[in-house]
Design a protein. Structure first.
Length: 171
């Protein structure tokens, strides 16, 4: 039976890098899968009033993308994205149409800020936004408790963290 794993966490914690590396872990295990960076499903401007992160668009795009990957033979879907509430988690589960497990990556805020400073070194405006959002989002996610389990993103390289994430998923 197909399953999905959503890797969540604050901006800059390494969701996309770990999801990509989790795909490599699944390749090594011979598990048919697909990796979806949710940010690309919502990347449109301008966002509608009241939906600054294009949540509705994300769900409309996720349904057919997930269905197509599953129809192509994926047994596991690995997603990287931010979910801030149980209601949002339920929306993802419904859109995916398969059982959903959520892993929250966490890291100390100074480490996240360091990563963001490297990632956005040539874009000060974007860096400022991401630094502010990281500090704002980390406690929201900790309080929301949408995850089934959590992994320390500072536990090693993306590949090492991905191995822990996939192990926690039970694959």
């Amino acid at each position: 039976m197909a399953e999905a794993l959503l890797i969540t966490g604050t901006v800059g914690v390494g969701k996309t890098s770990v999801a990509d590396a989790a795909g490599d872990v699944l390749i090594d295990a011979g598990v048919p899968h697909a990796v979806i960076d949710v940010d690309w499903l919502r990347r449109a401007w301008p966002a509608p009033p009241g939906d600054p992160f294009n949540g509705a668009l994300t769900m409309r795009n996720l349904r057919p993308v997930a269905a197509n990957f599953l129809a192509a033979g994926a047994q596991r879907l690995v997603l990287a994205g931010v979910i801030e509430s149980r209601a949002e988690r339920a929306g993802y589960a419904e859109a995916l149409g398969v059982p959903l497990t959520v892993c929250r990556l966490h890291a100390a805020l100074p480490e996240v800020r360091k990563r963001l400073s490297v990632r956005h070194a040539n874009d000060p405006e974007s860096l400022d936004w991401h630094l502010e959002r990281a500090g704002e989002l980390a406690p929201i996610l900790a309080a929301a408790r949408v995850e089934d389990y959590a992994v320390d993103a500072g536990a090693g390289s993306p590949a090492q963290v991905a191995a822990l994430v996939v192990k926690g998923w039970g694959v």
